[in-house]
Design a protein around this ligand. Sequence first.
Ligand code: LLP
Length: 463
Amino acid sequence: MSRSAHPAGPRHADVYPEGHYTAPAADLNVLDEKVWARTVRRNADGVVTVGGREVSRLAEEFGTPAYFLDESDFRARCRAWADAFGPDADVFYAGKAFLSRAVVRWLKEEGLNLDVCSGGELTTALDAGMPAERIAFHGNNKSVEEIERAVRVGVGRIVLDSFQEIVRVAHIAQSQGKRQRVQIRVTVGVEAHTHEFIATAHEDQKFGIALADGQAAEAVRRALRLDGLELIGIHSHIGSQIFDMAGFEVSARRVVQLLTEVRDEHGVELPEIDLGGGLGIAYTSEDDPREPHEIAKALTEIVGRECEAAGLSTPRISVEPGRAIVGPTAFTLYEVGTIKPLEGLRTYVSVDGGMSDNIRTALYDAEYSVALVSRTSDAEPMLVRVVGKHCESGDIVVRDAFLPADLAPGDLIAVPATGAYCRSMASNYNHSLRPPVVAVNDGEARVIVRRETEEDLLRLDVG
Ligand code: LLP
């Protein structure tokens, strides 16, 4: 994909992403359950419902744009992950995908742990009552203040990301008279993308310590020497939105290889390994994600087999899914404002949100689906580009999709699978107000993150 400047001619954007599906679905009124939260249905009046609530009523009550999150689906996905890995493993939800105090309480109730990567996420977790020992603290440049607080409150583990951090955390722990449980994040030379992975000798990236050139082995050597640290294991995270299991398997194999080297050199068997997050979800009908039990089976088998071959006792495995838990559970509801047909090209449909509530399309060329949800329609499909209300032409929510040709201003449309990395990456661009997150469950809808107001904007602007 080219990101170079281009003249803004009429056809400049008229290119389908490679492998993009170009045919409309047979019936645009049918909601593909693969991309929608589990309780989403279309009722007898043709109105879409979630948790038994009609989107038209939800729009009246909470306004648009807004994210609607299916709480029972979220909880069911937590349970599916916990059940898939069983009692001898730990599931850490990656809070960066979407975090709020309600979410923390659901995680706690469903028996999940939590991965945080900033002081703000830590505050949210602790405020909502997540026990500190169930929290893992991540980040490639944690501040001294963040580390001091994490150690003080007693987080279950800090994932060390660099040589500097090994010393920094050890020093802080020691000065508090503590021994901090830590893992070392290694880069295993695997970079995974949606349908493929690349194995490289060195990973050209900011995270972690490379396995290559004995660097990770050296990090282990240093960590084992420091009194302030209790080294409990090795961590690896290979990427995000991954469908191909092979990358996880190579990663698991390489991490076990390091455990073997550590045992041989130090006579120490590190008791845990964390294989990170990254499992992909369906954004469109073309995507075919793996289920948690498939990934659990594959990882457990490979780790078990490799450890047996090396004569190691099997370590406790943990994983950190974010997107795969929250992503599919929410959709963004928008009202159509203007419609601009370009003969022979496409129709631009402008909604009342945009890149401020979903930056993923602009940032990653992400693909999304969209449906008319306030009514059904028998009109012909028209090729649309759903765009926002921001002051730039890259403000695209759904690049290419089909909506019925009788679409009109005032219709409600919804973009599914926006639970992960949409509200958490939302911005105030153009001084827009970040939308609320509304949890819907069993006929009840309640705001869990309220809509920003103009007062919120002015409160930060001290004049
Ligand atoms: N663990 C670690 C150490 C991570 O860095 C991440 C994500 C996860 C777990 C969770 O990965 P997940 O299961 O959600 O794929 N903003 C990007 C995704 C960035 C992922 C960053 N790290 C996006 O919108 O696609």
